[in-house]
Design a protein around this ligand. Structure first.
Ligand SMILES: *[C@@H]1O[C@H](CO)[C@@H](O)[C@H](O)[C@H]1NC(C)=O
Ligand SMILES: *[C@@H]1O[C@H](CO)[C@@H](O)[C@H](O)[C@H]1NC(C)=O
Ligand SMILES: *[C@@H]1O[C@H](CO)[C@@H](O)[C@H](O)[C@H]1NC(C)=O
Ligand SMILES: *[C@@H]1O[C@H](CO)[C@@H](O)[C@H](O)[C@H]1NC(C)=O
Length: 449
C-alpha cells in the first residue's frame, strides 16, 4: 500500500474516531485547544450604513483556484432602494427574507425581476443593477457572494469595488469623474443639465423611496423601465414640468450609457435575462428522517456558471449529523441561518483543526479536500446555507456510512493497513447503515451554548 493511501486511511480513521463512535474519548485538551475558531470567518465589516439599510461584508479566502470570494449581507428597510451601480465582481444573491425588485441591465436591455424569500439571482461583474425593497412593512435580508473576476482589481487589493451610476455627493457617481465638457458632448445635453445630475444630494447608497426630502431617490424608486418610457412619452406630450424633468435625468443617463441606443420598448418580461431560481421549488437532493440537503449548481440554474458557484442549503433535525465528508472540488462557505450546532474540520495529517460551536449568524469555511462534519444541537433543527466555489458537480464524498469511501475501500487492503482482520474491518465499517445524514444523539452538543 502506497504512502498516500495510507495517509488517507489514517485520516479517515481519525475522523471516524472524532465524529462517530469513539468521540467521547477524544474530549480533553485537544478539543479545547487553541484552534477552535480556525475556520470561523471573522465578524462582518460594515461597508455601508444609512438610515435605510446597511451592507456588511466578510472577507473570504482565495483557495487553490485563486478566486477570492466575499460574503455580503444586505439589509434594507421597507421602501428603500440600493442605488444603481455595477461591481468589479460577480454577484450571487440569495433572498433570505423579504421581497425585492431587482433591476439589471442584461444584454443591452433592462430586466426587472421580482424576487422573494428563497430566490437565487446572479449579476455578472460590470452589469448595472439596483435593488428595491418594495414590501410595505418588511425588512429585506439578502445574503450574497461577491466573487472576484481575474481582472477584478487593478490595485491587486483584496476588496471589491462599486461603481455608482446614480448618486451625487456621496457616493459619487462615476459620471462625475468625467470632464463636464466631455460629458456634455457624450450625452448631448447642456452643461446645466450635467451639473444637475452630478450634483444630486443623494445620501448614501441605500436611500428611502418615500422621504419627500429626497426627490431624486423617490423618483428613482419608480419602476425604471416605466420612468424611461414615461419620460419619453410624457416629454412628447409636454406633461412633465420642467423642474420635475431634472430628476429624471439620472435615469436617462443610465439608459444612454448602458442600454443599447436601439433599445426597443419591449413589454415587461420580454427580455432575455434569466429568471430567478427558488431554492425551495424542488425536492432536496438528499432527505431522510434526520434532515435534508440540496445544492443548486449550473445544471439546475445555468446563470451560476459564470460566477462558478453552487448554492446549498442543509437542514439537520435536532441532534443529527452530516456525516464526515470532503469537497473534492470546492471550498465551502457556510452561514448558520437557524439553530445551533457544531462544525468539525480535520487537517490532512489527521489532527483536529477546528471544533467550533456555531449559532445563527456565524460563518465558517472549509478548505477543499479537508474532511469535516456538522452536528445539530439537541434542542432544535440546525439550518445552514452557503456557497461552494464550483458550479460543477461538487459531489461531497462521504467518508463513513452507507456508500461511503470507507465502505468502498473495505477489503484486504484496508484490513492490512489497519492491522485488523478483514472480518473486524467489515464489522466496524458496516456498522453505520445510515447515509449522509445520521442520527447522533450523543455526539450532539448540549442545548445550552
Ligand atoms: C443632440 O440634441 C439635439 C437637440 O437636443 C438634436 O437635434 C441632435 O440630433 C442631437 N444629436 C445627437 C448626435 O444625438
Ligand atoms: C425633511 O427635511 C426637513 C428640514 O430639513 C426636516 O425637518 C424633516 O424632518 C425632514 N423629513 C424627513 C421625513 O426626514
Ligand atoms: C427544517 O427542519 C425542521 C424539522 O426538523 C422544520 O421544522 C423546519 O421547518 C425546516 N426548515 C426549513 C427552512 O425547511
Ligand atoms: C498537522 O497539521 C497542522 C497544520 O499544518 C499542524 O498545525 C499540526 O501541528 C500537525 N499535527 C501533527 C501531529 O503533525
Amino acid at each position: 500500500m502506497g504512502k498516500q493511501q495510507m495517509s488517507v486511511l489514517v485520516l479517515v480513521l481519525v475522523l471516524v474516531a472524532y465524529c462517530a463512535s469513539g468521540r467521547r474519548e477524544f474530549e480533553g485538551e485537544e478539543r479545547s485547544g487553541g484552534h477552535k475558531k480556525m475556520f470561523i470567518l471573522h465578524e462582518a465589516k460594515e461597508v455601508v450604513r444609512t438610515e435605510y439599510g446597511e451592507i456588511k461584508v466578510v472577507r473570504g479566502t482565495s483557495g487553490s483556484s485563486g478566486r477570492l470570494l466575499h460574503i455580503g449581507f444586505i439589509t434594507m428597510e421597507p421602501q428603500s432602494l440600493l442605488i444603481p451601480q455595477y461591481l468589479d465582481s460577480h454577484l450571487v444573491l440569495y433572498i433570505n427574507q423579504g421581497e425585492a425588485r431587482i433591476g439589471h441591465v442584461y444584454k443591452d436591455e433592462l430586466a426587472e425581476r421580482k424576487v422573494k424569500s428563497g430566490d437565487i439571482y446572479t449579476i455578472e461583474a460590470g452589469s448595472a443593477f439596483y435593488v428595491e425593497n418594495t414590501a410595505e412593512g418588511q425588512r429585506l435580508h439578502i445574503i450574497c457572494s461577491i466573487i472576484h473576476t481575474s481582472d477584478s482589481d487593478f490595485r491587486g487589493a483584496d476588496t471589491f469595488q462599486s461603481f455608482f451610476i446614480g448618486g451625487g455627493m456621496h457616493p459619487t457617481s462615476v459620471l462625475a469623474g468625467f470632464d463636464p465638457y466631455t460629458l456634455s458632448t457624450a450625452l448631448n445635453v447642456s452643461m446645466t443639465e450635467i451639473s444637475e445630475v452630478v450634483g444630486t444630494k443623494v445620501s448614501g447608497p441605500i436611500v428611502s423611496l418615500t422621504n419627500p426630502n429626497y426627490t431624486t431617490p423617490r423618483l428613482l424608486g419608480l419602476h425604471l423601465k416605466r420612468i424611461v418610457h414615461y419620460y419619453s412619452d410624457a416629454v412628447a406630450v409636454g406633461e412633465v414640468a420642467e423642474q420635475q424633468q431634472q430628476h429624471y435625468w439620472p435615469w436617462l443617463f443610465i439608459r444612454k450609457l448602458f442600454i443599447n441606443p436601439f433599445f426597443s420598448n419591449k413589454d415587461d418580461g420580454d427580455d432575455d435575462a434569466p429568471d430567478s431560481y427558488n431554492i425551495f421549488d424542488r425536492d432536496p437532493d438528499f432527505s431522510n428522517d434526520y434532515g435534508w440537503s440540496l445544492a443548486v449548481d449550473e445544471n439546475d440554474y445555468p446563470p451560476l456558471k459564470i460566477p462558478d458557484i453552487t448554492v446549498y442549503l442543509v437542514n439537520l433535525t435536532a441532534g443529527s449529523m452530516m456525516a464526515p465528508h470532503v469537497n473534492p472540488r470546492a471550498i465551502e462557505y457556510g452561514i448558520v441561518l437557524e439553530g445551533t450546532g457544531e462544525v468539525e474540520v480535520v487537517y490532512p495529517n489527521g489532527t483536529l483543526a477546528m471544533n467550533a460551536q456555531v449559532r445563527e449568524g456565524d460563518m465558517f469555511w472549509v478548505p477543499r479536500f479537508f474532511p469535516f462534519c456538522q452536528i445539530a444541537s439537541r434542542n432544535g433543527p440546525f439550518l445552514f446555507f452557503g456557497f461552494t466555489t464550483s458550479a460543477k458537480d461538487n459531489r461531497p464524498q462521504f467518508l463513513v456510512g452507507e456508500g461511503s469511501v470507507m465502505q468502498l475501500l473495505k477489503g484486504p487492503e484496508l484490513a492490512a493497513a489497519l492491522g485488523l482482520s478483514e472480518e473486524r474491518v467489515e464489522e466496524i465499517v458496516e456498522a453505520q447503515r445510515g447515509r449522509a445524514i445520521l442520527p447522533s444523539a450523543y455526539a450532539a452538543p448540549p442545548e445550552s451554548m
